[in-house]
Design a protein around this ligand. Structure first.
Ligand code: SF4
Ligand code: SF4
Length: 312
């Protein structure tokens, strides 16, 4: 059964786990996605300055299973952490794939582009007989991709590696492309890490229906248009001026440093690990989906009026 864009958006926006939240719907959705993307251009995933947390998040995708995601749905052809191949052969395969699918493949970029020391801080390996910097890989792969998915806070906006004093001169993909005059469209999927539904859902949307509608920060509105604070389970405490003074107290956590009022994403309805938990249940929102994180929100356990203003 073919899946319409409208149906797809409805599934993605659903409460709980997005794509295939319900056990009864799941097989139909997986089958529909599989048929819809069959024969579509491949996706290559490369990693720059980051912690591999976005990959771990992807591996935690629950429905569909990660095997279905990798093999059937997103047609992932290259991933340094997950693929069995390694060394130069894997690097050559990436370049061959890009050459064969010039202008058609999609590139997922995890981590920052490390530009300090002419890129020597970040050299992902040998490709076609040469040891390359991540800068060179980004120019080669980014220029010829149909679109780039900038994954996580780091890929999107620079994240923790680009935090002050940014000793490696790390940058998000959009800023790097601007510096190098690369015009390839970029879709930001921020988060530290991003929810697996945001990653898989965006890739599936791109493959089936093209680039989704983006907000002014380059994020898919599908996942990033709602405010954490407006949808928080502690919101009634905030409205009643009942504030927790320490963890374990009853009340809204804004005085402990919660950044929910400034954060946009649907983590509040999705949760991690099959919706077992999310940040605010046992800690705070740190604003991980927002441009400027972490500096803008630091010190993290500080109330919003002062956070971000105490960092020189
Ligand atoms: S805990 Fe955070 S997100 Fe929730 S109501 Fe308080 S300030 Fe808003
Ligand atoms: S609650 Fe805040 S810190 Fe947690 S995922 Fe959502 S935006 Fe990021």
């Amino acid at each position: 059964m073919p899946i319409s864009r409208r149906q797809f958006l409805k599934y993605c926006a659903g409460t709980g786990i997005a794509i295939g939240a319900s056990g009864t719907l799941l097989p139909e959705i997986v089958e529909a996605l599989e048929k819809a993307v069959a024969g579509n251009p491949p996706v290559a995933w490369i990693q720059g300055g980051g912690c591999t947390g976005c990959s771990v998040s992807l591996l935690n995708t629950v429905h569909p299973s990660i095997a279905e995601v990798l093999l059937k749905i997103i047609s992932l052809k290259y991933h340094p952490t997950v693929m069995a191949a390694s060394g130069e052969k894997a690097g050559d395969y990436l370049y061959d794939m890009a050459e064969k699918n010039k202008g058609k493949y999609f590139l997922a970029v995890e981590g920052t582009v490390v530009t300090g020391m002419d890129g020597k801080f970040c050299t992902p390996g040998k490709f076609k007989g040469k040891e390359l910097t991540f800068i060179k890989l980004m120019v080669d792969m980014g220029t010829n991709a149909a679109a780039v998915l900038a994954l996580g806070q780091c890929g999107a906006y620079g994240g923790i590696p680009a935090g002050k004093p940014n000793p490696t001169d790390s940058k998000g993909v959009m800023d790097f492309f601007k510096d190098h005059g690369i015009k390839t469209p970029v879709i930001n999927i921020p988060g530290c890490p991003p929810h697996p539904d945001w990653i898989v859902g965006t890739i599936a949307h791109v493959l089936m229906f093209g680039v989704p509608e983006l907000d002014s920060d380059g994020r898919p509105k599908l996942f990033y248009s709602t405010n954490v604070h407006d949808n928080c389970p502690y919101r009634s405490y905030y409205d009643a001026n009942k504030f927790a003074k320490s963890f374990g107290d009853e009340g809204c956590r804004i005085e402990l440093g919660c950044k929910g009022p400034e954060s946009f994403a649907d983590c509040w309805k999705r949760g991690w690990n099959k919706n077992v938990n999310w940040c605010i249940h046992n800690s705070l929102c740190f604003g991980c989906t927002q441009p400027g994180f972490p500096d803008k929100f630091s010190p993290l356990y500080t109330k919003i009026e002062t956070a971000g203003r105490e960092v020189a």
